[in-house]
Design a protein around this ligand. Sequence first.
Ligand SMILES: *[C@@H]1O[C@H](CO)[C@@H](O)[C@H](O)[C@H]1NC(C)=O
Ligand SMILES: *[C@@H]1O[C@H](CO)[C@@H](O)[C@H](O)[C@H]1NC(C)=O
Ligand SMILES: *[C@@H]1O[C@H](CO)[C@@H](O)[C@H](O)[C@H]1NC(C)=O
Ligand SMILES: *[C@@H]1O[C@H](CO)[C@@H](O)[C@H](O)[C@H]1NC(C)=O
Ligand SMILES: *[C@@H]1O[C@H](CO)[C@@H](O)[C@H](O)[C@H]1NC(C)=O
Ligand SMILES: *[C@@H]1O[C@H](CO)[C@@H](O)[C@H](O)[C@H]1NC(C)=O
Ligand SMILES: *[C@@H]1O[C@H](CO)[C@@H](O)[C@H](O)[C@H]1NC(C)=O
Length: 451
Amino acid sequence: MDHTSSLGLSRISLQNMFMNFTKGLIVTALVQFVLLIRCCNSIDSITTDQAIRDGEVLVSNGEVFELGFFSPGKSTNRYVGIWYKRDKEKTVVWVANRDDPINETSGVLSIGAHGNLILYARNQSNITLWSTKSNVSISSSSTPDPKYKAQLLDTGNLVLVEQDNQKVTWQSFDYLTHTVLPLMKLGINKRTGFKWFLTSWKSEDDPGTGSYTYAIDPNGAPQIILYNGNVRYWRTGRWWWSDVPVVLATSFSNSTFLNNQDEVTVTWDLLNSSISTRIVVDYSGTIQQFNWYEQDLGWNQIWSGPTDRCDYYGRCGAFGYCDSESINVFECKCLPGFQPKLPDEWNMRNASSGCVRKLKSCKNGEGFIKLVKVMVPDTSWARVDMNLSWKACEQQCLRDCSCLAYTISSNAPIIGCMTWYGKLVDTKNFADGDQDLYLRVDALELGILFY
Ligand SMILES: *[C@@H]1O[C@H](CO)[C@@H](O)[C@H](O)[C@H]1NC(C)=O
Ligand SMILES: *[C@@H]1O[C@H](CO)[C@@H](O)[C@H](O)[C@H]1NC(C)=O
Ligand SMILES: *[C@@H]1O[C@H](CO)[C@@H](O)[C@H](O)[C@H]1NC(C)=O
Ligand SMILES: *[C@@H]1O[C@H](CO)[C@@H](O)[C@H](O)[C@H]1NC(C)=O
Ligand SMILES: *[C@@H]1O[C@H](CO)[C@@H](O)[C@H](O)[C@H]1NC(C)=O
Ligand SMILES: *[C@@H]1O[C@H](CO)[C@@H](O)[C@H](O)[C@H]1NC(C)=O
Ligand SMILES: *[C@@H]1O[C@H](CO)[C@@H](O)[C@H](O)[C@H]1NC(C)=O
């Protein structure tokens, strides 16, 4: 029995040897093939058994974006990021481990057992420094060991896909860092409370979470606001009538605003594939948009903000009005019917205490003064009623003693009425604008102005 068994064994061993030999050939061929792929046709994805080490990259299929390890500015820390492939400067648009740097080059990005991307450093005891937190529940999966693929798309989106059913379980576009790219969303998922917003880096050398955020405030009429910490820093001047889906287009892009039961979001899309564009909030609190046309050698800034004295949020306090047109004149005024709360301070060109109403009266012959071409006050304190006529809007404001001002939609066919309560903050002139503000004033003030 032993003999047969040992014979059997040795036959098996021989067979194994042969199979191992052929396997070896195949493996060698495969390795060479893989090396060949790695060398000349870069890969755009890794699967459950593969990894990206520091020095290796993923390149999106159309060679638009590249993912790999980098050190920003003067830093020697290593981060996993995504940048434009053709950009010699490696302008980074997304960072994975922004607050968890690796201090040397032993980083490895791979897909862990639970279908999440994990980043660890071989030299830091293999501790996971960063990982995606996708909502994959292992038990609910049909196969016992589902395979995942992490793929870098030409849009700049890194997606984690369950291979059996092509379900996207995580995407970098949901975790914005300091850059908005076309097809990313800004806004809020009303069902889950999940927010899409930008956060600046800490400095040029540190992509860690900085203090400036760029987000949609859904209150009143939704608007995009730049915050420093929790404090409003700049209103972009973009706001929307609630509930009305809006598509806006420029020569090369269109944006869609949605406000329904599920979400309040704005998405932005490119209409010309030969243009690259990105909006960045930098560590000093400046927002800039850059374009790169096919024929260009690099990025061109097309706008930035905040730019002038009146851009800083609430520059002239509550009920103030900011006008930076005249260079040598104090930019702050009080709205008609209001006067400085603290005249001494105001005369020292400090408007932070704002203005107060001269006369307080209600239902005593008040009317409205029209301020033309203004950026309307912070719309968080506004109420929006759609389908009200101009007259009905005015009546609605007059009826309520706490109503301070109103404006109506200037772009037909949307008929909107917006009324303000509480306070009017961050009102300023906006020469390029087409919105007028109707400010409620008492009869006497109307008299002063018109006679
Ligand atoms: C990197 O950080 C680890 C702790 O996370 C530390 O033990 C190690 O000494 C650091 N290495 C260098 C080169 O600073
Ligand atoms: C890991 O650390 C050792 C010594 O601490 C160092 O010699 C080696 O270069 C490091 N490896 C990498 C990949 O950084
Ligand atoms: C993931 O699951 C948690 C817990 O069930 C939930 O709170 C969260 O909203 C989910 N996230 C997403 C993006 O679905
Ligand atoms: C932009 O316009 C195209 C074509 O009209 C449309 O298919 C796409 O959905 C729009 N994208 C956005 C974000 O509005
Ligand atoms: C797209 O942009 C390129 C480069 O600026 C321009 O030459 C081309 O006319 C544009 N195409 C369209 C359809 O606007
Ligand atoms: C303006 O006045 C406020 C007090 O009302 C004060 O806190 C602030 O420092 C003053 N600003 C300047 C620039 O003097
Ligand atoms: C406004 O009126 C139009 C047509 O009368 C109607 O289709 C639409 O639903 C109304 N919108 C709102 C917000 O009431």
